[in-house]
Design a binder for this molecule. Structure first.
Ligand code: WT7
Length: 655
């Protein structure tokens, strides 16, 4: 077997068809209809995307749909549009003017609804505020805010005048903020005095002050929203209160016609090597791609109340809290705080209260709900839900089943959506009225997406052979470059496997043609000559009744090359005994084969995660190998987990 292939041992035969009533009302109602449209989108991509783009407003129609000078794509060349106009102004011409655009709930319990008309007024005002502080077309603006309506207003206001936003997640430190502000050369930071998280104030303004003290020479102004009302330090001339500026601003600010390829935003994503990458997305293509995917993947209907739990600091928040959703004139719900505040029923209380119909979250959240227990969701009426979604990591089949049964009541399709910050929008996903679901598979590519699983030379691999997940042609939502580092863009995404977009993920396709993402290729374990994706072993562990969550890593081993080490979080009540360790090793051997039997199982009460909830296997790998110094930890959510594990592993060795 070639070294490029990844052995896949996971078997999953459960199949779930779209419910009849869902199917009858869906935009795409059968697999045949999907296949016909998919075939057309690949045979005539320019015709297909022109048709999708025509559903949106353009100040000037494009001359050319696609100009492809690999690896540089330009979409809707010669066209002029404005994404803010499409998300806001366009809806004022119909009855939607008084429809809820945003429904917000603060962590302490406040509620606000902004209609499209309200949003129009706030966004226009804030666009004028930005202009009054000297921000113009092409200038970069950093947004470092809690999840409140003003954060969305700030993003849309930038888009309205052609300023380039860089949203920095409010959970990042002042150091991470400073690095991102400096890399983008931001002139202005929009922030708040603080945000609420688990009943405590996150002092965002203090962090901004700290970042500026450490040195951010391009920043001229800081606009501060009053949210938590504690005292903050103030630098007159530089710092301005949001409400004071807004009170003085006019509510008239026509949206600026922008070239289709005008940059819309920079969003930083952590690379495997320390330095964060500023992924650049542009206006027209991103707009068309997010609007189209949102409509079909979430099967958006006029009466839906859609809730994506992501923060706007992530690409999911950009594409499927704000742009793709508002471009469709839908209602987007946002919630400021933690899922377990004041108790783990919070999300379900929100679903019940607002009658949420579409709910989109991450596997890390689902695993937390499983650990907290079924009693919480059972206390609430979740019957308004009609569709569920997940994104961010592969979802273990057993977690999928739990989500389907307990949250979806066995009646809601689940869209397992595979995509990346770099892809701008959803790439591989079921269409909920058309695609039969298999737990753990993100199923089939979206229209226009030629996805494949290949070896290092770019040759397609046969079914059930694991390899590299690539995209064979450009799509409108693709990243255009890494800000300030075109060479890295080329090298990392287009040269690893020459001529193809390489995602960095390992995957396989089954005999149905369904995709199974096996995780990042950096996480693959080579044991006794087999390359195993960590995902499958983790899924086998999670399918055991005692296990809530698992992370599998490799440790150098003189005999097998790399030994499999599993970090396991147990469900409440399970006894962390040597007997259970043995039972779990045996369980994996039975589920997927003796080759995958972990050499070692380590019980832990938590796993190290990034702030977006992804398990940081790199740190666990270093811990398991006994490395004294762990690499970059700036994206780590909580250092305590690592400290506890380190102490625990040290003492176990001495035993
Ligand atoms: C990486 C991208 C896309 C928004 C959130 C994450 C993993 C994402 C899935 C999925 C399996 C998934 C991949 C991908 N991933 N969705 N449905 N199944 N893996 O964005 O931080 O840019 O991360 O997340 O490894 O490459 P991101």
């Amino acid at each position: 077997m070639s070294q490029d292939q990844i052995t896949s041992l996971l078997q999953e035969d459960r199949l779930f068809y779209p419910p009849r009533d869902f199917q009858e009302q869906a935009h795409i109602r059968s697999l045949e209809q999907y296949r016909a449209l998919y075939a057309r989108s690949l045979e005539d991509p320019e015709g297909f995307w022109a048709e999708m783009a025509s559903a949106l407003h353009w100040f000037r129609r494009w001359d050319r749909v696609l100009q492809w000078d690999p690896p540089q794509a330009q979409w809707f060349l010669g066209g002029q549009t404005n994404l803010c106009y499409n998300c806001v102004d366009r809806h004022l011409q119909s009855w939607r003017r008084n429809k809820a655009a945003l429904i917000w709930e603060g962590e302490p319990g406040e509620e606000r609804v902004l209609t499209y008309q309200d949003l129009y007024r706030e966004v226009s005002r804030f666009a004028n505020v930005l202009r009054s502080l000297g921000v113009g077309k092409g200038d970069r603006v950093a947004i470092y805010m809690p999840l409140v309506p003003e954060a969305v207003v700030a993003m849309l206001a930038c888009a309205r005048i052609g300023a380039v936003h860089s949203v920095v997640f409010g959970g990042f430190s002042s150091e991470a903020l400073r690095d991102r502000v400096n890399d983008a050369g931001a002139r202005l930071i929009v922030t708040a005095d603080g945000g609420w998280r688990r009943g405590r104030i996150v002092p965002l303004k203090d962090y901004v002050d700290e970042a500026l003290r450490r040195g951010a020479p391009t920043v001229e102004h800081v606009v501060v929203l009053r949210r938590t009302h504690q005292e903050v330090s103030w630098e007159p001339g530089r710092d301005h209160w949001w409400d004071e500026l807004m009170a003085a601003a006019s509510a008239s600010c026509p949206a600026e016609p922008l070239d289709s390829e005008h940059p819309l935003f920079i969003l930083y994503t952590s690379g495997t090597t320390g330095k964060p990458k500023g992924v650049v997305h542009t206006t027209g293509g991103y707009m068309v791609y997010t609007a189209t995917t949102a409509r079909y993947v979430f099967d958006l209907r006029e009466e839906d109340t859609y809730w994506c739990t992501a923060d706007i600091g992530w690409i999911t928040g950009h594409s499927y809290v704000v742009y793709g959703i508002l471009a469709n004139g839908a209602t987007s719900l946002i919630y400021e705080g933690a899922p377990d505040w004041p108790d783990p029923g919070r999300f379900w209380s929100i679903v019940e209260k607002y009658r949420v119909s579409i709910f989109y979250t991450a596997p890390t959240a689902i695993r937390a709900f499983i650990r907290w227990g079924e009693a919480y969701p059972r206390r609430y009426d979740l019957s308004s839900l009609r569709l569920l979604g997940t994104v961010g990591e592969p979802i273990n089949p057993e977690a999928w089943m739990w989500y389907y049964r307990v949250i979806g009541g066995g009646r809601c399709p689940i869209v397992d959506t595979w995509w990346q910050t770099e892809t701008g929008g959803i790439m591989i996903s079921p269409l909920p009225g058309a695609t039969p679901l298999v737990p753990g598979s993100c199923t089939l590519p979206f229209f226009g997406i030629e996805a494949d699983v290949v070896d290092r030379e770019g040759r397609s691999l046969p079914p059930n052979t694991g390899g590299f997940l690539v995209i064979r042609r450009p799509w409108p939502g693709m990243m255009r470059t890494i800000y300030g580092d075109e060479a890295r863009y080329r090298r990392q995404y287009w040269e690893e496997i020459p001529g193809l977009y390489f995602s960095g993920d390992g995957a396989r396709r089954d005999e149905r043609g369904y995709f199974w993402v096996m995780g990042r290729v950096d996480d693959v374990i080579n044991t006794s000559g087999h390359r195993l994706g960590t995902m499958e072993i983790e899924s086998a562990l999670v399918s055991h009744a005692a296990v809530a969550e698992a992370a599998v890593v490799g440790r150098p081993d003189p005999v097998v090359g790399t030994a499999i080490v599993a970090f396991v979080v147990l469900r409440p009540g399970a006894d962390p005994s040597p007997k259970l360790k043995e039972a779990l090793r045996e369980h994996v051997a039975q589920q997927i084969g003796p080759i995958a039997r972990p050499q070692e199982i380590i019980f832990t009460d938590g796993l190290p995660k990034t702030r977006s909830g992804k398990i940081m296997r790199r740190l666990l790998r270093q811990l398991a190998s006994g490395e004294e110094r762990l690499g970059d930890m700036t994206t780590l959510e909580s250092a305590e987990v690592i400290e506890r594990l380190r102490a625990q592993m040290g003492s176990e060795e001495e035993e």
